[in-house]
Design a protein around this ligand. Structure first.
Ligand SMILES: [Zn+2]
Length: 397
């Protein structure tokens, strides 16, 4: 691709710049109008230019987005992961083909400016490797639009679901990028047995880990400490994430601060989507202690909840709203959680707006980052490797 100059781009410092892009990378950033561009230009008309959003936790295989509306079915006696998994299996049996639903969901996310994603995909005794094969094919088809990491996710447990340890191993060979886990204590009722498999697969293949942990209170905290300890022993700092970690939101301030220090020291990152009726991690406290906090939409129109719009900027607003973030600094923190901090957790390289970074960016009709977080404006232009891939929420192929 020949060089293109994106003129009149407002950056986070409020100033306007002309940004040169060559071969999918940012090659120059100059004050607007300083140099007469000899190359083709794209006038961004003073809109805010930010890096493409990072969707750090989503489920491409189990969403009904684009399918017919399926009403939410509440658990019979309070939130129960086992029961939700059973409802999901029933819903999946009558849902539209998985690849169509995954494509609809990807179009939704890309249209909103997401250019990097981590999707958990079910790999267990109930579905084998079928879902993974489908999502791998979809990923390949979308490779010029979005970078997708896939987590082999044992939704039905590891020890409780026949053949799952071997399936997780095969999943990585097949093309999954990370190995996942699910509530080692409450689901498999064997923290060590569960983590032996997860860390064993990770060590064997040299892949990262992202574990779903819904367990509340001290049981959740205990599991987090076990995950942190193993991470340090194996030298996997920066390569392990815990998704949800609801239990952190149940702890008293002192206990939360103590475990936050342990999490920070072990380089484990924490994913939260700040869900409606659950305790969720104390985002500001974790960040103060040096923990990488990142985010994702998690479920969009699925068997777990009906919410989600595929917009990470709206997700930043939800995190800020639930965390009581009001000041500009706090709103900027919410923004970092869906951009630079998520990029760090996912180990995405050359991410951001600087010379040498990949030219993956989004325009926003907002004067600055705090305003963008509270208004999550529409009408965005989305560029992948300097090429327009979505405008007005429509993907351009
Ligand atoms: Zn999830």
């Amino acid at each position: 691709m020949t060089k293109t100059v994106f003129t009149n781009a407002r950056l986070a410092d409020g100033m306007s710049y002309d940004i040169g892009v060559d071969n999918g990378r940012i090659v120059s950033i100059d004050p607007a109008g300083l140099k007469a561009a000899l190359e083709p230009t794209v006038d961004l008309a003073g809109e805010l230019l930010v890096p493409g959003f990072v969707e750090g936790h989503i489920h491409l295989d189990t969403s009904f987005y684009g399918d017919t509306w399926i009403p939410h079915r509440p658990c019979t006696n309070g939130f129960d992961v086992h029961e939700r998994v059973a409802f999901q299996a029933q819903n999946m049996a009558v849902a539209a083909p998985m690849d169509r639903r995954a494509r609809d969901q990807l179009d939704l996310c890309i249209g909103n400016g997401t250019l990097h994603m981590r999707s958990h995909v079910m790999v267990d005794g109930s579905v084998g490797l079928k879902s993974l094969e489908t999502i791998l094919a979809v990923r390949d088809d979308y490779k010029n639009l979005i970078d997708i990491q896939i987590v082999a996710f044992p939704q039905s447990g590891i020890l409780k679901s026949l053949g799952t340890p071997a399936l997780l191993d095969e999943a990585i060979t097949l093309g999954a990028d990370l190995v996942g886990g699910l509530d080692p204590a409450s689901f498999d009722r064997d923290v060590n047995g569960h983590l032996d498999v997860v860390f064993g697969v990770a060590e064997k293949h040299g892949v990262d880990i992202d574990i779903h942990l819904h367990d509340a209170g001290s049981m959740g905290a205990f599991t987090i400490e076990e995950i942190c300890a193993r991470t340090v022993v194996l030298g996997m700092q920066g390569h392990v994430a815990i998704s949800h970690a609801y239990g952190l939101g149940d702890l008293q301030q002192d206990a939360a601060r103590k475990i936050a220090a342990t999490i920070a020291k072990s380089g484990v990152s924490i994913m939260t989507n700040a869900p409606g009726n659950h305790s969720f991690p104390p985002v500001a406290l974790l960040r103060q202690e040096g923990v990488t906090v990142f985010s994702g939409n998690d479920n969009i129109r699925d068997s777990w909840w009906p919410y989600g719009d595929g917009d990470m900027l709206h997700r930043a607003e939800i995190i800020g709203y639930r965390s009581g973030f009001y000041t500009d600094e706090e709103l900027k923190a919410a923004f970092e959680i869906v951009t630079s901090e998520s990029a760090k957790a996912l180990r995405i390289e050359e991410y951001g707006i600087y010379v040498g970074a990949k030219a993956d960016f989004v325009t926003l009709a907002a004067g600055n980052i705090p305003e963008a977080v509270v208004s999550f404006p529409r009408g965005r232009k989305v560029f992948k490797a300097g090429k327009l891939v979505a405008e007005g929420n429509q993907v351009i192929r």
